[in-house]
Design a binder for this molecule. Structure first.
Ligand code: UDP
Length: 481
């Protein structure tokens, strides 16, 4: 009988910032001898397929065996094609009602039809409440991954304690505005409107709070929870978990070629997971700029700005008089089309590069990049740290406020932009922050600190480093269970 490879089924939450690190994990597993089935929603599967021109490579959307033993499959999220996937209360409700059943069927089909039975299930903590039951039923060993920071996970994990201590209302939604100091080690106090579940209307927030609670409850029973972070970055909070519920940092989950000095390459050989097509020509533009001169601006996959915010921000960037690369997604503006301030594109054409989606890791690792104006999504934060790039923060929602507090107050590797009462970022605010990070005394210290963390992150994933050791024991447990 031949050697049968272990077969892991991976299930991310259906959003860009969750799919990317899950795919990094998939590629690592495959390097370590696994076969991986990667489960997207039909909606995202079609988007990724289209954005990355997979049809041109002769692939069909039904079932995509791309390469390296990773197979992309998909199931319905239960919503209609025209429904918004950024209404998270609606999306999570629908997933919980529909995806569990389809997922069950998928696992049964794999086990009935294929030579490679499912040997383990690795799910995003944010889909645990509907995806882990089947593992119990069929005794499939399972693990969960937190694609966010350990601090975010600690907040979720401690919800029941915080409710018992009277620090959180039992439905997660505060009646009065206040700062909450939830006395977890190293955790900066947070304004009550800035918890990760505070998205949408009060009703939505309550739905998301209870969804989070159900996920955390489901994760409590399983053997391993791994997290896309590293020990030196979040040691205090990581060490605060009780022995029986330890969270193992295995990050930064970033393809190794970005750590090997092979920078600014346009073709990484990785499986593309972007919802938008990457505009690779920005790398050539970066090649022409001076070292550490360019401001990189990206607000991730979900941020939406109103027209005034967008306009003032564009003028702020212009006022810096420095070269910049700005990712302006086709849905960044809450209206219909992107309207730049009058004459803007003409005035900045010699020093500004505008793209609708960038190869972010290649950009951040490019020697021309000086700083990153970011919404503080966890992947962007970790990617910036891994490339030693200081940040200027404009958080928008979910865990981004907490990430921002860590960047500015705990690690001190960036500055926060402060909006006026109307949520507008004054152009002077942007100009001043850029100057402070790039030329002030503050900036020198900020850059020193972020470079130190970059080294710690790289050491963590090297042979013998803390994340590498944790990943290996996770792998052994997963292979042998
Ligand atoms: N990203 C990218 N190109 C862009 C902007 C973002 O490839 O132009 C990637 C980025 O590298 C990161 C992900 O999209 O891996 C965004 O995740 P993050 O957690 O930062 O933010 P979210 O989109 O979840 O708000």
């Amino acid at each position: 009988m031949g050697f049968i490879k272990p077969h892991a089924v991976l299930v991310p939450f259906p959003a860009q910032g969750h799919i990317n690190p899950m795919m990094q994990l998939a590629q690592k597993l495959v390097e370590d001898g696994f076969i991986v089935t990667f489960v997207n929603t039909d909606f995202n599967h079609a988007r990724i397929f289209q954005a990355n021109n997979m049809a041109k490579s002769g692939l069909s959307t039904d079932e995509v065996e791309i390469c390296h033993n990773i197979r992309l499959v998909s199931i319905s999220d239960g919503l209609a094609p025209q429904d918004s996937r950024t209404d998270f209360a609606k999306l999570t409700n629908s997933m919980e009602n529909c995806m569990g059943h389809s997922f069950h069927k998928l696992i049964e089909e794999i086990n009935e039809k294929e030579q490679h039975n499912v040997t383990c299930l690795i799910v995003d903590i944010n889909v645990a409440c509907w995806s882990l039951d089947i593992a119990k039923q069929y005794h499939i060993p399972s693990a969960a991954i937190c694609p966010a920071s350990a601090a975010t996970y600690a907040t979720f994990y401690n919800i029941p304690n915080l409710v018992s201590a009277g620090l959180l209302p039992s439905n997660g939604v505060f009646k009065e505005q206040k700062m909450v100091d939830y006395s977890l080690p190293s955790m900066p106090p947070i304004h009550c409107t800035r918890f990760a579940w505070m998205v949408g209307s009060e009703e939505d927030q309550e739905i998301l709070f209870h969804y989070t609670l159900r996920n955390i409850e489901s994760v409590r029973d399983i053997e391993s929870v791994i997290c896309n972070t590293f020990l030196d970055l979040e040691a205090t909070i990581l060490n605060s978990f009780p022995e029986q519920d330890l969270v193992c940092p295995v990050g930064p989950l970033i393809p190794s070629q970005f750590f090997n000095g092979n920078i600014s390459q346009s073709n990484t050989g990785l499986i593309a997971t972007g919802f938008w097509a990457e505009e690779l020509q920005c790398l050539e533009w970066l090649d022409k700029q001076s070292p550490e001169s360019v401001i990189y601006v990206s607000f991730g996959s979900l941020v939406i700005l109103n027209e005034r915010q967008f306009e003032e921000f564009a003028l702020g960037l212009e006022a810096t008089q420095r070269p910049f690369l700005w990712v302006v997604r086709n849905d960044l503006l809450d209206g219909t089309t992107t309207v730049f301030p009058s004459g803007f594109t003409e005035r900045i054409k010699d020093r500004g590069c505008l793209v609708s989606w960038a190869p972010q890791l290649s950009v951040l690792s490019h020697p021309s990049i000086a700083c990153f104006v970011t919404h503080c999504g966890w992947n962007s934060t970790l990617e910036s740290i891994s490339m030693g790039v200081p940040m200027i923060c404009w958080p928008y929602f979910a865990d981004q406020f907490l990430n921002c507090s860590y960047i500015a107050e705990v690690w001190k590797i960036g500055l926060v932009l402060k909006a006026n009462n109307n949520g507008i970022m004054d152009k002077l605010e942007i100009e001043t922050a850029v100057e402070r990070v790039l030329s002030d005394e503050d900036g020198v210290e900020i850059r020193k600190r972020v470079r130190k963390l970059k080294k710690s992150g790289r050491d963590a994933v090297k042979e013998g480093g803390s994340s590498s050791i944790n990943y290996k024991s996770f792998l052994n447990a997963t292979k042998n269970s």
